[in-house]
Ligand binder design. Structure first.
Ligand SMILES: [Zn+2]
Length: 148
């Protein structure tokens, strides 16, 4: 069984902990269960999947918030793979085009090759009939940080 996700009070994911660690947090009343495995108990507690802290924890720069959006980071997140054809991508495509109010956010942008970007133009993927091979998402820090 993998770890238990710990959320801050504002719902940002902080880290994962082991199940025994999660139970100790419940016993110490520093967290509550946000999501649990159905029909499984450890003593009086359901088996947690996601915990939420009771008090806000101010986090360090490195893990406190999602990495800032940048074109280069989107390319890095997607491994320079075009989200439409799987080829080598060097451009950023906005799922909801900028001309229609789409913004530079992690969830609204994917890596695309020039050909697909041009073909999709000012349309959404479904309007263009160009399904995504992978979903846009907020990356982990280590995915977009420059390699040491
Ligand atoms: Zn492509």
């Amino acid at each position: 069984m993998s770890g238990v996700m710990v959320l801050n009070t504002d719902n940002t994911a902080l880290h994962t902990v082991s199940v025994p660690h999660a139970i100790r947090m419940l016993i110490r009343r520093v967290a509550i269960i946000e999501e649990a495995v159905a029909d499984q108990q450890i003593g009086p507690y359901p088996v947690p999947l996601v915990l939420r802290l009771i008090r806000y924890v101010k986090t360090t720069f490195l893990y406190g918030r999602a990495p800032a959006w940048s074109k280069r980071s989107v390319l890095r997140r997607d491994g320079h793979t075009c989200a439409y054809c799987g080829g080598h991508g060097t451009t950023i495509d906005h799922l909801l085009p900028v001309s229609r109010g789409g913004r530079n956010t992690w969830l609204n942008t994917v890596c695309a090759c020039e050909g697909c970007n041009r073909r999709k133009a000012d349309r959404t993927p479904s309007e263009a009939g160009m399904p995504l091979r992978f979903a846009s998402r907020v990356p982990l820090w280590r995915e977009v940080s420059p390699r040491p």
